[in-house]
Design a protein around this ligand. Structure first.
Ligand code: KMH
Ligand code: ZN
Length: 273
Protein backbone atom coordinates (compact mmCIF):
# COMPACT_ATOMS: atom_id res chain seq x y z
CA UNK A 1 0.00 0.00 0.00
CA UNK A 2 1.06 3.58 -0.63
CA UNK A 3 1.92 5.82 2.24
CA UNK A 4 -1.15 7.52 3.71
CA UNK A 5 -2.01 10.94 2.31
CA UNK A 6 -3.94 13.00 4.84
CA UNK A 7 -5.92 16.00 3.61
CA UNK A 8 -6.98 18.65 6.10
CA UNK A 9 -10.19 20.36 5.01
CA UNK A 10 -9.59 23.48 7.05
CA UNK A 11 -12.67 25.65 6.78
CA UNK A 12 -15.21 24.89 4.03
CA UNK A 13 -17.82 27.41 3.02
CA UNK A 14 -20.65 26.56 5.35
CA UNK A 15 -19.21 26.01 8.83
CA UNK A 16 -19.11 29.15 11.01
CA UNK A 17 -17.27 30.39 14.06
CA UNK A 18 -20.56 30.37 15.91
CA UNK A 19 -20.45 26.58 15.49
CA UNK A 20 -16.71 26.20 16.13
CA UNK A 21 -14.44 29.06 17.21
CA UNK A 22 -11.53 27.20 15.58
CA UNK A 23 -12.70 27.76 11.97
CA UNK A 24 -10.13 29.94 10.12
CA UNK A 25 -11.42 32.74 7.91
CA UNK A 26 -8.62 35.11 6.86
CA UNK A 27 -5.64 34.08 4.68
CA UNK A 28 -3.32 34.35 7.70
CA UNK A 29 -5.62 32.27 9.90
CA UNK A 30 -5.94 29.67 7.12
CA UNK A 31 -2.16 29.59 6.62
CA UNK A 32 -1.60 29.14 10.36
CA UNK A 33 -4.12 26.28 10.42
CA UNK A 34 -2.37 24.79 7.37
CA UNK A 35 1.00 24.93 9.12
CA UNK A 36 -0.42 23.19 12.21
CA UNK A 37 -2.18 20.54 10.09
CA UNK A 38 1.03 19.95 8.14
CA UNK A 39 2.99 19.54 11.39
CA UNK A 40 0.39 16.99 12.50
CA UNK A 41 0.77 14.95 9.29
CA UNK A 42 -1.31 16.55 6.53
CA UNK A 43 0.22 16.53 3.04
CA UNK A 44 -2.68 18.47 1.49
CA UNK A 45 -4.85 21.30 2.78
CA UNK A 46 -8.22 21.79 1.13
CA UNK A 47 -9.20 25.44 1.47
CA UNK A 48 -12.15 27.73 0.81
CA UNK A 49 -11.69 31.48 0.55
CA UNK A 50 -13.66 33.61 2.98
CA UNK A 51 -14.05 37.32 3.50
CA UNK A 52 -12.71 38.47 6.85
CA UNK A 53 -16.20 38.24 8.38
CA UNK A 54 -16.46 34.61 7.27
CA UNK A 55 -18.66 35.11 4.20
CA UNK A 56 -17.67 32.54 1.55
CA UNK A 57 -16.12 34.00 -1.59
CA UNK A 58 -14.45 32.59 -4.70
CA UNK A 59 -12.48 35.81 -5.29
CA UNK A 60 -9.24 34.93 -7.06
CA UNK A 61 -7.33 37.58 -5.10
CA UNK A 62 -8.28 36.01 -1.77
CA UNK A 63 -7.18 32.57 -2.96
CA UNK A 64 -3.91 34.09 -4.17
CA UNK A 65 -3.30 35.51 -0.68
CA UNK A 66 -4.08 32.13 0.91
CA UNK A 67 -1.73 30.25 -1.44
CA UNK A 68 1.18 32.60 -0.84
CA UNK A 69 0.59 32.78 2.94
CA UNK A 70 0.65 28.96 3.13
CA UNK A 71 3.72 28.70 0.87
CA UNK A 72 5.56 31.16 3.12
CA UNK A 73 5.10 28.78 6.04
CA UNK A 74 5.44 25.23 4.65
CA UNK A 75 5.40 23.07 1.51
CA UNK A 76 1.99 21.46 2.08
CA UNK A 77 -0.05 21.04 -1.13
CA UNK A 78 -2.81 23.66 -1.37
CA UNK A 79 -5.95 22.23 -2.93
CA UNK A 80 -8.43 25.00 -3.68
CA UNK A 81 -12.18 24.52 -3.83
CA UNK A 82 -14.02 24.97 -7.08
CA UNK A 83 -17.19 23.90 -5.27
CA UNK A 84 -17.43 27.14 -3.33
CA UNK A 85 -20.72 27.48 -1.49
CA UNK A 86 -24.21 26.29 -2.39
CA UNK A 87 -25.83 28.85 -4.68
CA UNK A 88 -22.67 30.28 -6.26
CA UNK A 89 -22.55 30.38 -10.06
CA UNK A 90 -20.21 28.07 -11.97
CA UNK A 91 -18.50 31.11 -13.39
CA UNK A 92 -17.58 32.58 -10.02
CA UNK A 93 -16.57 29.16 -8.70
CA UNK A 94 -14.18 28.46 -11.58
CA UNK A 95 -12.16 31.72 -11.60
CA UNK A 96 -9.66 30.34 -9.08
CA UNK A 97 -8.43 27.80 -11.68
CA UNK A 98 -6.71 30.69 -13.48
CA UNK A 99 -4.27 30.91 -10.55
CA UNK A 100 -2.98 27.49 -11.64
CA UNK A 101 -2.98 26.01 -8.13
CA UNK A 102 -1.32 22.60 -7.73
CA UNK A 103 -4.65 20.95 -7.09
CA UNK A 104 -8.37 21.75 -7.13
CA UNK A 105 -11.58 19.89 -6.41
CA UNK A 106 -13.75 18.89 -9.36
CA UNK A 107 -17.29 17.85 -8.46
CA UNK A 108 -18.74 15.86 -11.35
CA UNK A 109 -22.41 15.75 -10.41
CA UNK A 110 -25.20 17.40 -8.47
CA UNK A 111 -26.39 16.34 -5.05
CA UNK A 112 -28.83 17.50 -2.41
CA UNK A 113 -26.67 19.15 0.23
CA UNK A 114 -28.41 19.59 3.57
CA UNK A 115 -31.23 22.06 2.96
CA UNK A 116 -29.75 23.16 -0.38
CA UNK A 117 -28.67 21.66 -3.69
CA UNK A 118 -25.04 21.53 -4.83
CA UNK A 119 -25.58 22.02 -8.56
CA UNK A 120 -23.02 20.81 -11.08
CA UNK A 121 -24.54 21.02 -14.56
CA UNK A 122 -22.88 18.64 -17.06
CA UNK A 123 -21.81 21.53 -19.33
CA UNK A 124 -20.21 23.34 -16.37
CA UNK A 125 -18.43 20.18 -15.21
CA UNK A 126 -16.92 19.75 -18.69
CA UNK A 127 -15.80 23.39 -18.66
CA UNK A 128 -14.20 23.04 -15.19
CA UNK A 129 -12.33 19.92 -16.34
CA UNK A 130 -11.17 21.57 -19.54
CA UNK A 131 -9.92 24.66 -17.65
CA UNK A 132 -8.02 22.49 -15.18
CA UNK A 133 -6.26 20.75 -18.05
CA UNK A 134 -5.50 24.09 -19.66
CA UNK A 135 -3.88 25.43 -16.46
CA UNK A 136 -2.14 22.17 -15.48
CA UNK A 137 -4.18 21.77 -12.29
CA UNK A 138 -4.43 18.24 -10.86
CA UNK A 139 -8.11 17.56 -10.10
CA UNK A 140 -9.42 15.75 -7.07
CA UNK A 141 -12.61 14.32 -8.49
CA UNK A 142 -15.34 14.62 -5.88
CA UNK A 143 -18.00 11.93 -6.03
CA UNK A 144 -21.07 11.75 -3.83
CA UNK A 145 -22.39 8.49 -5.29
CA UNK A 146 -21.22 5.75 -7.69
CA UNK A 147 -22.89 7.26 -10.76
CA UNK A 148 -20.43 10.13 -10.56
CA UNK A 149 -17.55 7.70 -11.14
CA UNK A 150 -19.23 6.72 -14.40
CA UNK A 151 -19.45 10.42 -15.29
CA UNK A 152 -15.72 10.83 -14.66
CA UNK A 153 -14.97 7.86 -16.91
CA UNK A 154 -17.12 9.46 -19.61
CA UNK A 155 -15.25 12.75 -19.25
CA UNK A 156 -11.99 10.85 -19.64
CA UNK A 157 -13.37 9.29 -22.82
CA UNK A 158 -14.01 12.80 -24.12
CA UNK A 159 -10.42 13.78 -23.36
CA UNK A 160 -11.39 16.11 -20.49
CA UNK A 161 -9.78 14.05 -17.73
CA UNK A 162 -6.73 11.86 -17.65
CA UNK A 163 -6.94 8.38 -16.11
CA UNK A 164 -5.84 7.07 -13.70
CA UNK A 165 -6.98 9.98 -11.57
CA UNK A 166 -7.45 10.82 -7.91
CA UNK A 167 -10.95 10.69 -6.41
CA UNK A 168 -12.46 12.03 -3.20
CA UNK A 169 -15.32 9.81 -2.08
CA UNK A 170 -17.62 11.93 0.07
CA UNK A 171 -19.96 10.12 2.43
CA UNK A 172 -22.35 11.34 5.08
CA UNK A 173 -23.65 14.47 3.32
CA UNK A 174 -27.35 14.92 4.08
CA UNK A 175 -28.71 14.01 0.65
CA UNK A 176 -25.78 11.82 -0.45
CA UNK A 177 -24.46 8.37 0.42
CA UNK A 178 -24.54 7.53 4.12
CA UNK A 179 -21.15 7.05 5.76
CA UNK A 180 -21.10 3.29 5.76
CA UNK A 181 -18.42 0.82 4.72
CA UNK A 182 -20.66 -0.90 2.16
CA UNK A 183 -21.14 2.37 0.27
CA UNK A 184 -17.45 3.24 0.39
CA UNK A 185 -16.49 -0.24 -0.79
CA UNK A 186 -18.94 -0.08 -3.70
CA UNK A 187 -17.60 3.24 -4.98
CA UNK A 188 -14.01 2.01 -4.60
CA UNK A 189 -14.94 -1.11 -6.60
CA UNK A 190 -16.29 1.15 -9.39
CA UNK A 191 -13.05 3.13 -9.80
CA UNK A 192 -11.01 2.56 -12.96
CA UNK A 193 -7.76 0.63 -12.53
CA UNK A 194 -4.87 2.53 -11.02
CA UNK A 195 -6.92 5.38 -9.54
CA UNK A 196 -6.14 6.64 -6.06
CA UNK A 197 -8.84 7.75 -3.64
CA UNK A 198 -9.52 9.60 -0.44
CA UNK A 199 -12.49 9.05 1.86
CA UNK A 200 -14.14 12.13 3.33
CA UNK A 201 -16.72 11.27 5.95
CA UNK A 202 -18.98 14.11 7.02
CA UNK A 203 -20.06 14.65 10.62
CA UNK A 204 -20.04 11.50 12.72
CA UNK A 205 -18.97 9.49 9.65
CA UNK A 206 -15.55 11.17 9.63
CA UNK A 207 -13.66 8.86 11.97
CA UNK A 208 -15.17 5.53 10.84
CA UNK A 209 -14.63 6.37 7.16
CA UNK A 210 -11.04 7.40 7.94
CA UNK A 211 -10.35 4.06 9.59
CA UNK A 212 -11.96 2.16 6.68
CA UNK A 213 -9.84 4.10 4.17
CA UNK A 214 -6.63 3.39 6.07
CA UNK A 215 -7.36 -0.34 6.08
CA UNK A 216 -8.59 -0.49 2.45
CA UNK A 217 -5.51 1.28 1.08
CA UNK A 218 -7.14 4.64 0.42
CA UNK A 219 -6.27 8.06 1.74
CA UNK A 220 -8.07 10.20 4.30
CA UNK A 221 -9.63 13.65 4.51
CA UNK A 222 -10.55 15.11 7.88
CA UNK A 223 -10.99 18.66 9.16
CA UNK A 224 -13.45 21.25 10.34
CA UNK A 225 -15.11 21.65 6.92
CA UNK A 226 -16.57 18.18 7.30
CA UNK A 227 -16.79 17.71 11.06
CA UNK A 228 -16.24 20.02 14.03
CA UNK A 229 -16.19 17.40 16.78
CA UNK A 230 -13.26 15.43 18.13
CA UNK A 231 -15.69 13.06 19.81
CA UNK A 232 -19.36 13.19 20.72
CA UNK A 233 -20.00 16.41 22.66
CA UNK A 234 -16.39 17.68 22.41
CA UNK A 235 -15.46 20.22 19.76
CA UNK A 236 -12.14 19.65 18.00
CA UNK A 237 -9.54 22.25 18.98
CA UNK A 238 -8.41 22.45 15.33
CA UNK A 239 -8.21 20.51 12.08
CA UNK A 240 -4.67 19.63 13.18
CA UNK A 241 -6.07 17.73 16.15
CA UNK A 242 -8.20 15.62 13.80
CA UNK A 243 -5.22 15.08 11.47
CA UNK A 244 -3.00 14.04 14.36
CA UNK A 245 -5.40 11.25 15.35
CA UNK A 246 -5.55 9.90 11.78
CA UNK A 247 -1.75 9.99 11.51
CA UNK A 248 -1.51 8.03 14.76
CA UNK A 249 -4.11 5.48 13.62
CA UNK A 250 -2.38 5.17 10.25
CA UNK A 251 0.96 4.39 11.83
CA UNK A 252 -0.63 1.87 14.21
CA UNK A 253 -2.25 0.16 11.22
CA UNK A 254 0.92 0.02 9.14
CA UNK A 255 0.42 3.10 6.96
CA UNK A 256 3.23 5.59 7.36
CA UNK A 257 2.14 9.15 6.65
CA UNK A 258 3.11 10.72 3.30
CA UNK A 259 5.00 13.99 3.26
CA UNK A 260 3.85 16.62 0.76
CA UNK A 261 6.71 15.57 -1.54
CA UNK A 262 5.64 11.92 -1.34
CA UNK A 263 2.02 12.91 -1.95
CA UNK A 264 3.07 14.86 -5.06
CA UNK A 265 4.79 11.73 -6.29
CA UNK A 266 1.77 9.50 -5.63
CA UNK A 267 -0.66 11.97 -7.21
CA UNK A 268 1.51 12.88 -10.19
CA UNK A 269 1.80 16.54 -9.26
CA UNK A 270 4.76 18.15 -10.92
CA UNK A 271 6.11 20.84 -8.61
CA UNK A 272 6.25 24.12 -10.45
CA UNK A 273 9.00 26.65 -9.77
N1 KMH B 1 -19.43 23.73 -0.11
C1 KMH B 1 -20.00 22.66 -0.86
C2 KMH B 1 -21.30 23.06 -1.45
C3 KMH B 1 -15.64 21.58 -2.88
O1 KMH B 1 -14.96 22.13 -2.02
O2 KMH B 1 -15.27 21.46 -4.03
C4 KMH B 1 -19.11 22.18 -1.94
C5 KMH B 1 -17.75 21.81 -1.55
C6 KMH B 1 -17.01 21.03 -2.55
O3 KMH B 1 -17.25 22.10 -0.48
ZN1 ZN C 1 -14.71 21.98 0.17
Amino acid sequence: MDKLIITAALNGAEVTRAQSPAVPYTPDEIAQAALEAHAAGAAIVHVHARLDDGTPTQEKAVYARIISAVAARCDVIVQVSTGGAVGMSAQERSAVIELAPEMATLSVGSVNFGAGVFINHPADVARFAQRMQQYGVVPEIEVFEAGMVATAVRLAGEGLLRLPAHFDIVLGVLGGMPGELRHLQHVVDCLPAGCTWTAAGVGRAQLPMAVCAIVLGGHVRVGLEDNIYYRRGQLAASSAELVERVARLGRELGREVATPAEAREILGILRRP
